[in-house]
Design a protein around this ligand. Structure first.
Ligand code: PXL
Length: 270
């Protein structure tokens, strides 16, 4: 048996349960061989009051040269937080060099939430990110990211007119299956999905807690289930239900990520 091989490209935040420290254990737990391309090492993620940042992009050329020599290639790519404009071209180069035939690209653009850009991001970065949308097979933005990418003004009222306008505008940039996350309605949270022209909403119980890294958990669980052959709707339901379970078990004492580790095994067996 040849396990599927995925490459996940994002930062390594030493502390904080996000990006690689989430994607790697989750994807591996599904039996998917997971290679990593760490784009930077941070002491912790950027929701902490301060952080150190070591840019690893100068090393990537050399990493790629060695991968080429060894004929390394991947069945899939999962991109999360990149954080530097130059990484957009590096990502495109990476797909061109290391994709197996029909390799799938999962792109979570990760640069904003709750109507605002994350610390350190600018509109220039958002415009660069638009170029990557063209390469994605599955695009997993939250509502705020989708607004920045399309130029639609963010609003708290996620009514259907607003959501579907964002969806229509996103279509101008991508043929990907769009999974728009964090859509809110009354006491529910959900996704709006547009796959091959078929559109649907999925709704789940809203757990009234905001924690860091839940988007990264969502995209990792979604991607793992997709690679296992599940329908998009089921991948999304499973990802949302795992995030909800994580939020439920994470106590108030833990201000950054969620305690996903203790329930990961149970999730994978579903
Ligand atoms: O969870 C997304 C994320 C990943 N990596 C870093 C971050 C963030 C969100 O702020 O700061 C370094």
């Amino acid at each position: 048996m040849n396990p599927q091989k995925i490459l996940t490209m994002q930062d390594l935040s030493c502390v904080g349960q996000c990006s690689l420290t989430v994607a790697l254990p989750i994807l591996s737990s599904y039996g998917i061989e997971t290679a990593v391309l760490p784009t930077a090492v941070l002491s912790n993620h950027t929701m902490f009051p301060s952080w150190s940042y070591l840019d690893l992009t100068p090393e990537i050329d050399s990493i790629f040269q060695h991968w080429e020599k060894s004929n390394i290639s991947f069945d899939a790519f999962l991109l999360g937080y990149l954080g530097k404009k130059k990484l957009i071209d590096i990502a495109i180069n990476c797909f061109q060099k290391f994709s197996k035939k029909n390799a799938k690209i999962f792109l979570d653009p990760v640069f904003a939430d709750n109507g605002k850009l994350y610390s350190g991001f600018t509109l220039d970065y958002v415009y660069e990110m638009r170029r990557l949308l063209n390469y994605a097979d599955v695009l997993l933005p939250n509502v705020t990211e989708a607004c920045f990418l399309t130029g639609v003004d963010y609003q708290k009222d996620h009514n259907e007119v607003f959501i579907e306008k964002i969806g229509k505008e996103l279509r101008k940039y991508t043929k990907a299956t769009i999974v728009l996350t964090g859509v809110q309605k009354e006491n529910k949270i959900g996704e709006w999905i547009d796959q091959n022209g078929e559109q649907m909403y999925l709704w789940h119980e809203l757990i009234p807690a905001t924690r860091h890294g839940t988007g990264d958990i969502f995209s990792s669980v979604f991607t793992a289930n997709f690679l296992k052959g599940l329908e998009v709707k089921e991948c999304s339901n499973r990802a949302a239900s795992f995030v909800a379970d994580c939020l439920k078990i994470t106590g108030e004492d833990h201000f950054y990520g969620v305690y996903f580790e203790s329930i990961l095994d149970k999730q994978r067996r579903k």
